[in-house]
Design a protein around this ligand. Structure first.
Ligand SMILES: Nc1ncnc2c1ncn2[C@@H]1O[C@H](COP(=O)(O)OP(=O)(O)O)[C@@H](O)[C@H]1O
Ligand SMILES: [Mg+2]
Length: 327
């Protein structure tokens, strides 16, 4: 359900003023970035004000949803603050988190999502490498203090509801012959919690500017302590989906995946198999899950399905071999 700008301007402005983030006399301009079922995201600008506000869904809707959404916004605010202690230039700063609103710094106008670049065939391997380095840093540093993080990030409820149910469990129903492999993926995920997982580490949640140094990872709502292969599988899986869409650019997407995996560099033999399984699950989820990609035609969807099934049923030795399988 999309938010009406008229519904948002008043409460968002009132909130920023009440929290001392905007002077009373400053005129604020509110611009909707997205309005989804769970929260609204708006840009707010005015003299001395340049922020993005994420608001949990309207309190008019049922109480239970409101509580779940506020919970996710809180997780996002906490995860952004944690990530800022590890790599401050890779996330937007958190300015406030209260009353069902998260206020963060706004990226400059010319920044855009990495997804937009990838869809246009502009594939900067430096961005991929930065994402790999950032993820390695996040995993290493959160692993070092995992016990202290359990209170804030130990719950997997949102992750289960928004990822495992609509992705893994849904594709299991559609590909019952692969149930043992999908169950194994879910089982390993459930048993593994050595570090923080972003949970939506995909190109649409990466904002990039002009230089390599300009990159933010956003949208941390389902962050939790969990499986270190989940996030890398999403980056590689999305690069595979873009390859299926534009086979003529295969080399570029492959090079980006190689740069990402090299920079991340945290695989051992056990996690290498889980990484391949997670990538297979993502590919299948993107064609047979609850929110399929909108940029593959029937034949592209079939290619993604065949590759996803292959990664689960008869996996290659290395994830990067997936590009050879597509050739
Ligand atoms: N700090 C920011 N600066 C500029 N744009 C942002 C910022 N945060 C989010 N956006 C824009 O709003 C969109 C939605 O934000 P996101 O946090 O990903 O929420 P959602 O849960 O709706 O995906 C992003 O894709 C991006 O275009
Ligand atoms: Mg997003």
């Amino acid at each position: 359900m999309s938010a009406d700008i008229a519904d948002l301007t008043e409460p968002v402005s009132a909130h920023l003023r009440a929290r001392g983030l905007a002077d009373l006399e400053v005129a604020l301009s509110v611009h909707v970035l997205t309005g989804g079922v769970s929260n609204d995201v708006v840009a707010v600008t005015g003299d001395g004000v340049d922020v993005v506000v994420k608001r949990a869904l309207s309190q008019l809707r049922v109480q239970q949803d409101w509580a779940a959404d506020v919970g996710r916004l809180t997780t996002e605010g906490r995860a952004l603050r944690l990530a800022a202690t590890i790599a401050p230039s890779s996330v937007p700063p958190v300015l406030d988190l209260s009353d069902g609103f998260l206020v963060i710094g706004r990226a400059p106008d010319h920044w855009h999502t990495w997804k937009a670049d990838l869809m246009a065939g502009v594939v900067d391997a430096h961005v991929a490498a930065r994402l790999g380095e950032f993820l390695a840093q996040l995993q290493r540093c959160t692993a070092d203090r995992v016990d202290q993080l359990r209170d804030e990030f130990g719950s997997r409820t949102a992750f289960e509801q928004l990822r495992v149910d609509p992705f893994h469990r849904q594709i299991r129903a559609a590909h019952l012959d692969l149930a043992p492999q999908i169950d194994r993926t879910i089982e390993v995920m459930a048993q593994t919690a050595p570090c923080l997982v972003h949970g939506d580490y995909s190109p649409k949640n990466v904002l990039v500017g002009d230089s390599d140094a300009e990159m933010w990872v956003i949208d941390w709502e389902v962050a939790h302590l969990g499986d270190p292969t989940f996030d890398p599988a999403w980056i590689v899986g999305h690069l595979l989906l873009k390859t299926i869409r534009r086979p003529d650019h295969s080399d570029r997407y492959h090079a980006a995946a190689a740069a990402f995996l090299d920079a991340w560099g945290r695989t051992d033999p056990d996690s290498a198999s889980q990484l391949i399984r997670q990538t297979g699950c993502l590919l299948l989820a993107r064609v047979d899950g609850r929110s399929p990609v909108d940029y593959l035609d029937d034949s592209g969807q079939m290619t993604a399905r065949v590759l996803g099934r292959r990664l689960l049923g008869n996996p290659p030795q290395l994830l990067q071999d997936a590009w050879r399988l597509l050739a």
